[in-house]
Design a protein. Structure first.
Length: 585
C-alpha cells in the first residue's frame, strides 16, 4: 500500500473525497438534489409559523380558500421536491458505485498473479460488492439528511430565538446532554460496523472457497468441518448484529426520551407563559413543531457519521486494491515473430518473503524443438513456466527471445504467441464453443472451430453430445471428464495458433486410454512450434530434443534421454522406476 490512510481522520476524509471525485459524479444532479432538499427544509421551517398563526386566528369565518390552497400547495411542493431530491441522489449514488466497480473490475483484471497469491478471493469479491455498496448507502440514504438536518436545526433555533429566547434557551439545555450520549454511541457503532464489514468479507471468503471445491469437501467427508467453519462465521455476524441492535436500541429510545422531556418542559413552561399572556397558543404550537425539527436530525447525524466512518473504512480497502502495482500492459514493442531461441540467463527467483525457488538457472530453448523440464516436485519447474509467461519477474537474471529481453515486448503480444495447456486444463462456465474460442479476439468460423477440435481429437466426443458445441460444460468444466477437458484445452491452443507452446503436466492426471488420445492431440499441437514441456512421466518426454533436469531450483543435468540416462544418477533412477512401471502395465 503506497500510503497509510488510517493516519488521521483528515487523511481518511481526503482519501474518501478523492475517490468519489475520481468517479466524476454529476455536479448538476448533486446541486439540484441538494437545492431541492434545502428548499424542502426551508418550506418545513415556514409551516410551523403558518400553523401557529392559523391556530391563533382559528375560526370558521377566518378560514379562507386562499389559505387552504396555499397550505396544500406548500405540502405538495415539499413532497415533490423531496421525492425529486431522493431520486437524483439515488441516481448519483448508483452512478458512483457503477464507476467504482468498473475501476475495480478493470484493475482486478490487470493485477499480477503475485497479488492474488496474497489475497483471498472472498475478500476481493467483498470489496467489489459490499464495500462499494457502503459508499452508495452514504450518498443515497444519509447525505441529504445531513445537510437538511443542519439547516433544519439552525433555522428552527433562529426562529425560536425570535419567538421567545428565554424558552428557547431552556429547551436547548437538553441538546448538549443528548450529544454527550449520542457521540460515544456513534463511535461504538462505527467500531461495530467496521467489524461487521470485515467479518462479512471473511464469511464470503469461506463460502466462496467451500462452494467452489464442493466435490473435494464431499469426497473428504469434510461437511461437518466446513459447517463448523461457516457456523463460526454466522455466529460472529450474529454477534455483531446483536451489538449493532443494542446500540440502536439505545439511540432510538434516547431520542424519544429527550423529545418527551423537552415536550413536557415546553408544554409546562410554555403553558405558564401562555396563561401570563407572554406567549400565544399558536406560538406554543409552533414551538412544539420546531422542537421536533431540532431533535429528529440528531439521530440522523449519528447515522450519517456512522455510515461515513464505514464508508471511509471501505475506502481504505478499495484504495488498497486500486493502488496495487499492476501489470504493465503497454510498454514495449509488438512482437511479430517468436520463432527465435529463448534464452534463460542466470535467473534467480523467490516468492515474496519466501525461500529461493530458482537459483542461477541458465538454459536455451531452440526454436521449433522440444525442450522438457523434469525433476522431483518442488524443484521449480512450474515457477519457470510462470516466469516465461511473465506472471512474475525474476529477482536476478534475464529471459530473452533472441537477443531481446522478453520484457521489451508488450505483454499482450508476448502472451499472444504462447499456447498454454496445464494439468488442470481450466474451463469457464459456458459452452464448449465459448471455451475453445476463449481469448480469441477475432471471429471464429465453424470450419476453424471444427478443424481445431478434430486436431485435438475432441470432435469425437463433442459430436456425440446432444447439443454438440453448444453443450454447457458446467462450472470449471465439471460436466466433462479430465481427458475431455484436456482435449478442449488443446483445441483452444490450436485455435490460437501459437508459435511457443507450454505444456505443464498435460497428461499426468489421465488414465492410460485418455493419455494416448491426448498425447496424439499434443503431437499435432507441437508440430513446428517451440515447445517447452513439464512432465513427471518420463515416457512422455523421452523423445524430446533436450531434457533439463532440475533439483531444488538448480539445473543438475541437461541433454537427450540417452545422454542423461548415461550420466545423471537421479535421472537414471527416475527412468528405471517409471519406464519399468510402464512396461509392466
Amino acid at each position: 500500500m503506497k500510503q497509510t490512510y488510517t493516519e488521521s481522520k483528515s487523511g481518511n476524509w481526503r482519501a474518501f473525497y478523492q475517490l468519489i471525485k475520481q468517479t466524476k459524479p454529476s455536479k448538476l444532479k448533486i446541486s439540484i438534489a441538494l437545492f431541492m432538499s434545502i428548499a424542502t427544509t426551508l418550506v418545513s421551517l415556514v409551516i410551523p409559523l403558518f400553523t401557529g398563526k392559523f391556530v391563533d386566528s382559528f375560526t370558521l369565518d377566518s378560514i379562507s380558500s386562499g389559505q387552504i390552497i396555499l397550505l396544500v400547495l406548500a405540502f405538495v411542493a415539499q413532497a415533490v421536491a423531496g421525492g425529486l431530491s431522493i431520486y437524483l441522489l439515488n441516481d448519483v449514488g448508483q452512478s458512483i458505485v457503477a464507476a467504482l466497480r468498473d475501476r475495480l473490475w478493470k484493475k482486478l483484471l490487470v493485477l499480477p498473479v503475485a497479488y492474488y497469491d496474497n489475497q483471498r478471493t472472498g475478500e476481493t469479491i467483498s470489496r467489489m460488492t459490499n464495500d462499494t455498496g457502503v459508499v452508495k448507502g452514504l450518498i443515497t440514504d444519509h447525505l441529504t439528511s445531513f445537510f437538511t438536518g443542519i439547516i433544519s436545526i439552525i433555522g428552527s433555533v433562529a426562529v425560536l430565538l425570535y419567538l421567545d429566547w428565554q424558552m428557547t434557551l431552556t429547551m436547548l439545555i437538553t441538546v448538549p446532554l443528548t450529544l454527550l450520549v449520542l457521540i460515544p454511541l456513534g463511535r461504538q457503532m462505527y467500531k461495530i460496523s467496521k467489524g461487521l464489514q470485515d467479518e462479512t468479507a471473511s464469511f464470503t471468503t469461506v463460502m466462496s472457497q467451500v462452494l467452489s471445491e464442493i466435490r473435494l469437501v464431499k469426497a473428504s467427508n469434510a461437511e461437518p468441518h466446513e459447517y463448523a467453519s461457516g457456523k463460526q462465521g454466522i455466529d460472529n455476524l450474529l454477534l455483531f448484529g446483536l451489538k449493532e441492535g443494542r446500540v440502536r436500541a439505545l439511540i432510538g429510545p434516547l431520542i424519544s426520551f429527550v423529545l418527551m422531556v423537552m415536550l413536557v418542559v415546553i408544554m409546562g413552561y410554555g403553558g405558564m407563559r401562555v396563561s401570563s399572556g407572554t406567549l400565544t397558543a399558536g406560538e406554543l404550537v409552533a414551538f412544539i413543531l420546531y422542537l421536533v425539527q431540532i431533535v429528529m436530525p440528531l439521530g440522523q447525524f449519528t447515522q450519517f457519521f456512522t455510515q461515513l466512518q464505514k464508508a471511509m473504512g471501505a475506502t481504505e480497502r478499495i484504495i488498497y486494491t486500486l493502488e496495487a502495482d499492476e501489470e504493465d500492459q503497454l510498454s514495449g514493442r509488438e512482437l511479430e515473430d517468436a520463432r527465435l531461441p529463448i534464452r534463460v540467463e542466470q535467473v534467480t527467483f523467490a516468492y515474496e518473503n519466501g525461500e529461493t525457488i530458482l537459483e542461477d538457472v541458465s538454459f536455451q530453448i531452440e526454436p521449433g524443438k522440444v525442450t522438457a523440464i523434469v525433476g522431483p516436485s518442488g524443484s521449480g519447474k512450474t515457477t519457470m513456466f510462470s516466469l516465461i509467461e511473465r506472471f512474475y519477474q525474476p529477482i536476478n537474471g534475464t529471459i530473452r527471445l533472441g537477443s531481446d529481453p522478453i520484457s521489451n515486448f508488450t505483454l499482450s503480444s508476448w502472451r499472444n504467441k504462447i499456447g498454454y495447456v496445464s494439468q488442470e486444463s481450466p474451463l469457464i462456465g459456458g459452452t464448449i464453443r465459448e471455451n475453445i474460442c476463449y481469448g480469441v479476439s477475432r471471429d471464429v468460423t465453424d470450419e476453424e472451430l471444427r478443424q481445431a477440435a478434430a486436431m485435438a481429437y475432441a470432435d469425437q466426443f463433442i459430436d456425440e453430445l446432444p447439443n454438440g458445441y453448444e453443450t454447457q460444460v458446467g462450472e470449471r468444466g465439471v460436466k466433462l471428464s479430465g481427458g475431455q477437458r484436456q482435449r478442449i484445452g488443446i483445441a483452444r491452443a490450436l485455435l490460437r495458433n501459437p508459435q511457443i507452446l507450454m505444456l505443464d503436466e498435460a497428461t499426468s492426471s489421465l488414465d492410460s486410454k485418455s493419455e494416448i488420445i491426448v498425447q496424439q492431440a499434443l503431437n499435432n499441437l507441437m508440430k513446428g512450434r517451440t515447445t517447452l514441456v513439464i512432465a513427471h512421466r518420463l515416457s512422455t518426454v523421452v523423445d524430446a530434443d533436450q531434457i533439463i533436469f532440475m533439483e531444488k531450483g538448480k539445473i543438475t543435468g541437461r541433454g537427450t534421454h540417452e545422454e542423461l540416462f548415461a550420466t545423471h544418477a537421479m535421472y537414471r533412477e527416475f527412468a528405471i522406476q517409471q519406464l519399468r512401471m510402464y512396461e509392466e502395465v
